[in-house]
Design a protein around this ligand. Structure first.
Ligand code: DGY
Length: 321
């Protein structure tokens, strides 16, 4: 293609696709499924702007294929560990993400996962569907009472972590958080800041809300899991690489951890088949932000960032390299 185009790696929501009429560039759009790498590299060649999702790896090869006229890569996600931001900066390409528009949806789903695993909702559903005879009983499928003084430990008190904290406070939970921006003992909106060790040792539920980067890769490893109470639950709606699954699986299997609810996986979209054999695990296909209005807002924000850059304005949510 000779005229620089807008490349959109995957079909966005209907609302976002309809908004493309005014973009003023030819648009090349991929399918709903992620493009094969060869097709991605072919279709991005000559683009002025690219809209990608977390399933597309944006690295030196991507930038080489795109060419020097590429001005902006807009990620339809708040996390941007799929993008080599330093490489983009070297080439003068602006990278943007979608912060702020998915906090409530992600926090809602995180809380759904907390309830699902602690009150055994999915396990109970499987049980009823199995057709096994049952009758109400005082010992049947008993779970954790969140509202009876349970403690939630939030790792990462950014926008999403705070939104999860508000929901936990409405359930009368004690809320701790670990975040390098605060010192242990600080109070932030009713949340007590703790060291990671203390948070792990005292929480009944630990929920992860940090980005994936070198400092957080395998943050929850064998040693971290060993610090948690054997009755505690781990919730991950952030990125799979934050948890060392090879340590998590035996801990769950051998009763060294109460359970886990996982929306993201180390080998995503592959899920370690052993996880699927464990009753005390709730598995989700990376859908924590999948509210309809939220997905529209994510896609529209990505396109607004593209328009900003192409019209010479500063991108409204640029990632700082
Ligand atoms: C994000 O935004 O980073 C989520 O993981 C996808 O919605």
């Amino acid at each position: 293609m000779t005229t620089p185009h807008l490349y959109i790696a995957r079909t966005l929501t209907d609302v976002a696709m309809a908004s493309l009429a005014d973009v003023g560039l030819p648009v090349v759009t991929g399918d709903e499924a992620p493009p094969e790498r060869d097709r991605l590299l072919h279709d991005v060649a000559g683009a002025a702007a690219a809209v990608v999702t977390l399933t597309e790896r944006v690295d030196a090869e991507f930038f080489d294929a795109a060419g020097p006229q590429l001005r902006v890569v807009a990620n339809v996600a708040v996390g941007y560990d799929n993008i080599d931001v330093a490489e983009a900066a070297r080439r003068g390409v602006v990278v943007t993400n979608t912060p702020g528009v998915l906090d409530d949806a992600t926090a809602d789903h995180t809380f759904a996962m907390i309830l699902a695993v602690t009150r055994r909702v999915v396990e109970a559903d499987r049980f009823v569907r199995s057709g096994e005879p049952w009758i109400w009983g005082p010992r049947m499928l008993v779970g954790l009472d969140l509202s009876a003084g349970a403690t939630l430990g939030i790792v990462g008190l950014g926008r999403i972590g705070r939104a999860v904290a508000r929901r936990a406070q409405a359930f009368s939970m004690t809320v701790l958080a670990h975040d390098p921006h605060y010192a242990p003992g600080d109070k932030v909106d009713g949340v007590t800041i703790a060291s990671l060790d203390d948070l792990l040792a005292t929480s009944d539920v630990v929920s992860l809300h940090v980005p994936l980067m070198e400092a957080t890769r395998h943050l929850i490893d064998e040693a971290a899991l060993a610090r948690m109470k054997p009755t505690a639950y781990l919730i991950n709606a952030a990125r799979g690489g934050i948890v060392d699954e090879s340590a998590l699986i035996p801990a769950l299997r051998d009763g060294r951890l109460g359970g886990a609810a996982l929306d993201t996986f180390e080998g995503e979209p592959k899920v370690n088949p052993e996880l699927a054999t464990l009753e005390n695990v709730v598995l989700q296909p990376h859908i924590a932000s999948a509210g309809g209005r939220t997905r529209d807002r994510m896609c529209l924000l990505a396109l607004d960032n593209v328009r900003d850059v192409l019209t010479g304005r500063e991108a409204r949510t640029a990632v700082i390299p």
